[in-house]
Design a binder for this molecule. Structure first.
Ligand code: SF4
Length: 343
């Protein structure tokens, strides 16, 4: 299918389905896809939007699989589709359910008063695990508030799967490094001893987003500052804590865009996150100087193409692209997500 055929199909199907179709797009999607978005957002904004979809019967999610699963969980009764089922997330895949349950059982034997919290970048099975154990979900935009809530319920947090978001958030709350434990699923008891686990305030699962870690480094921050005196630097909290410390600020994609909206003409900002979003912010704000801290792209987000979007819209009446989550998993994952949306 050529690009012009794909454009014609997308436009025609959008007109045909009208308000019964909604296309949600993550900020990391390419401009070609964003052009057809009814709503653009980060994980939290898209989760909220999915939970409040009114008349739309069909929700096409241009993002990665765990996001479409979350939409299916939060919008029961709607049909949710993803244009490529193989658009996964390596970070989410680093926390398989079996390994997490094994770690949880071992942890509970040693350390009491522990609550599970998962980053939204996780499978429905992991969200359900949190829901079954009175835990919750967070995004990069609300992690601090969610951690505060979790500490009102338990002495320690079992956080998965992103070790950098966990450490950056814990440090932001003043938790010292010696009370932050890192659970390596490849090792017995996570490579930790009982004393470390008993005194830890947070146990981090050893997972990371390969787009953000270890790609953005403190040296990148020094280098951009040297090339552009006066430039400020903001990075996503999935980056290395040393990079966060070297930058002026860190924040979720929504926070980064808020930061851009507050800048005055002539100011400069280097942004450490996926480059599609950074370049779009730069072209939407020609009065500012916005540059990627480093040009990195998410290969999984890039799996969504116009051709696949067009084909999805041709198959809204069958299961080719439909995303569904088994009932029991969906119920417990919903509980965890609902907890988050209340915080
Ligand atoms: S940017 Fe990272 S966390 Fe987000 S979908 Fe890609 S690999 Fe997963």
């Amino acid at each position: 299918m050529t690009d012009s055929m794909a454009r014609e199909i997308i436009q025609r199907k959008k007109e045909e389905y009208g308000e019964s179709l909604i296309i949600l797009c993550h900020h990391y999607q390419s401009d070609d896809i964003i052009a057809y978005a009814d709503f653009i957002g980060d994980s939290l904004e898209l989760a909220r939007k999915a939970s409040r979809i009114g008349r739309a019967e069909h929700v096409v999610f241009c993002g990665v699989y765990f996001m479409a699963e979350s939409a299916a969980i939060l919008a029961p009764g709607k049909s949710v589709y993803i244009p490529d089922r193989d658009a996964g997330c390596p970070l989410a895949d680093m926390a398989p359910e079996g390994a997490v349950l094994k770690a949880w059982d071992a942890l509970k034997e040693i350390a009491d008063s522990v609550i599970p919290v998962s980053y939204v970048n996780s499978s429905a099975a992991i969200k359900a695990f949190c829901g079954r154990n009175s835990g919750t979900i967070c995004t990069s935009g609300n992690a601090l508030k969610v951690f505060e809530w979790a500490y009102s319920k338990a002495d320690r947090i079992f956080f998965l799967p992103d070790m950098n978001l966990g450490r950056n958030t814990a440090r932001g709350m003043g938790i010292p490094d010696d009370l932050i434990a890192l659970w390596d699923p490849e090792k017995d008891l996570g490579g930790l001893d009982e004393e470390t686990l008993m005194k830890a305030r947070i146990i981090l699962w050893k997972g990371w987003c390969p787009v953000h870690w270890p790609r953005f480094t403190p040296e990148d921050v020094s280098s951009v500052r040297a090339g552009c005196p006066g430039i400020r630097v903001i990075v996503h909290p999935e980056t290395d804590p040393r990079t966060v410390a070297a930058a002026d600020m860190s924040g979720s994609t929504a926070n980064i865009l808020n930061c851009v909206s507050r800048m005055s003409p002539g100011e400069s900002l280097a942004i450490g996150t996926e480059a599609n979003m950074v370049k779009r912010a730069a072209s939407a704000n020609p009065q500012l100087r916005i540059v990627p801290l480093k040009e990195v792209y998410c290969d999984d987000m890039a799996r969504i193409t116009m051709e696949k979007l067009a084909d999805t819209l041709l198959h809204l009446e069958d299961d080719t692209y439909r995303v569904s989550v088994p009932g029991d998993t969906a119920r417990h994952a919903f509980a965890a997500l609902a907890n988050m949306l209340k915080i």
